[in-house]
Design a binder for this molecule. Structure first.
Ligand code: NIG
Ligand code: FE
Length: 429
């Protein structure tokens, strides 16, 4: 051992051989024209210890400076922050491929719901499942999220819609969180639909949500959520549910202006929600209200495609108004059976006109910010949680350019290598 080696600082993990590292920077969401402000560095290494990033710098310098317990070679690929999916509905049992075929055949999402399908068909599966069965389903889905580079997942309930079944879903989320490297952030979506027992008595279900569900979900969910839509909960219904949740200390996430232009974005702004999600039909005043209030849009570009709806969220206009959007899959069995944020980033490029760097910020730092976690993750900087995705992509442009395959070679979560692709073909150009 030479003198140099004797003085090397010990770290848990050194990721070496990074061809390009691309990351937004800072602890706050990037809005408006700053959305695409991503820093890129070539031939770097990242040192991690005790679950945190301790240094990012020149590959050779860091290899000289640190002695690592384990070394991960990125083999010249692109490295980005662990992806953050800020809108998913992963607590379900049973898929709905029949509805997909019906839509392909020309039936609409709302027609399917009116025929007893849609959210209500997922209620049957969750209600018939135990907490343990739901947890097993979640763990399998988290394996897939992780293999696709997603290290933090916002997870909504909403397919139980009794107090007991919603709590069962929240307990399953916590159990999956404890038993899987992916971090799950729980949202109680008690306002997803009116359950069948309350047909024609929507007010009575809202009473249950406000008086029983929200209080029971305190400490189990960070956020409360509602589906604000003319065929589900109107503005007054939504205001009542969300105000009650806010009064109890929940952060608010809201499904708004997805299928019709109801003014949900304005309501989310008025209530100071953490996020206003979907927004395909948001009005100009809604966009202005979001920008002025700092409420972040969470956009789901795969959903109109999956539903065969033609209206896209006016994402570029929202950015021009000064919003700080996040991108999400909205993974769920009905309106989007896709877990890949890489696919979502490509769709954001193709449908919204997001540059690769805008898409990256929206799927990392900005998504973390909607969950109140931007000071902890979403960028590759010293002090942040060591959540990294090692890809075989030659540069950051390929984040959006490549479609239809996962470029993920390895995933580091909390400073440990938790996923490695067994054999990965070198990128072909
Ligand atoms: O985000 N909009 C409401 N909820 C889900 C769909 C739920 C379902 O169809 O199961 C969504 O699209
Ligand atoms: Fe959703």
């Amino acid at each position: 051992m030479n003198a140099d080696e004797g003085q090397r600082e010990r770290v848990d993990l050194l990721v070496v051989g990074i061809g390009q590292l691309a990351t937004p920077k800072g602890n706050v969401a990037l809005a408006g024209s700053r959305l695409g402000e991503v820093s890129t560095q070539e031939r770097v290494a990242v040192a991690c210890t005790k679950g945190r990033i301790v240094a990012v710098g020149d590959d050779q310098d860091l290899q000289r400076k640190y002695e690592a317990e384990s070394v991960l070679d990125a083999e010249g690929g692109l490295v980005i922050p662990g992806l953050v999916d800020s809108h998913t509905h992963p607590v379900f049992a049973g898929t709905r491929e029949g509805e997909f075929e019906a839509r392909v055949g020309g039936t609409s999402y709302v027609e399917i719901a009116a025929q007893g399908g849609g959210i209500r068909s997922s209620l049957r599966g969750v209600r018939a499942s135990s907490e343990q069965e739901l947890t097993v389903g979640l763990l399998g889905r988290m394996d897939r999220f992780l293999s696709l580079g997603t290290t933090t997942v916002e997870a909504k309930t909403g397919y139980g819609l009794t107090v007991a079944d919603e709590l069962k879903g929240l307990d399953a989320i916590h159990s999956a969180n404890r038993n899987h490297p992916v971090d799950l952030v729980a949202t109680c979506l008690g306002g997803h639909d009116v359950p069948p027992e309350f047909d024609g008595r929507k007010e009575a279900w809202i009473d249950v949500v406000v008086q029983e569900l929200w209080p029971a979900a305190q400490g189990k969910a960070a956020f409360a959520d509602v589906f604000t839509e003319s065929h589900v909960f109107g503005l007054e219904d939504s205001r009542r549910m969300m105000q009650a949740a806010k009064d109890l200390g929940f952060g608010l996430r809201m499904h708004v202006d997805q299928l019709t232009s109801l003014g949900g974005a304005e309501l989310a702004a008025e209530l100071g929600a953490a996020s206003a999600d979907h927004l395909e039909h948001v009005s100009e005043s809604g966009m202005r209200a979001l920008a002025e209030s700092g409420v972040q849009p969470v956009l789901c570009p795969m959903v109109p495609l999956f539903l065969r709806e033609t209206q896209e969220a006016p994402a570029r206009a929202m950015v021009d108004f000064g919003c700080a959007p996040a991108l999400s899959t909205d993974f769920n069995p009905g309106s989007c059976y896709c877990m890949s944020l890489f696919e979502v980033m490509s769709w954001a490029a193709l449908r919204y006109g997001f540059s690769a760097t805008e898409a990256l910020t929206a799927a990392t730092l900005n998504a973390a910010a909607t969950l109140g976690l931007a000071d902890d993750r979403g960028t590759i900087e010293p002090g942040k949680r060591a959540d990294l995705v090692i890809t075989d992509l030659p540069n950051f442009h390929h984040l959006t350019y490549e479609l239809g395959r996962s470029p993920v070679c390895a995933v580091v979560k909390d400073g440990a290598t938790v996923f490695q692709r067994s054999a990965h073909p070198k990128h072909a150009t």
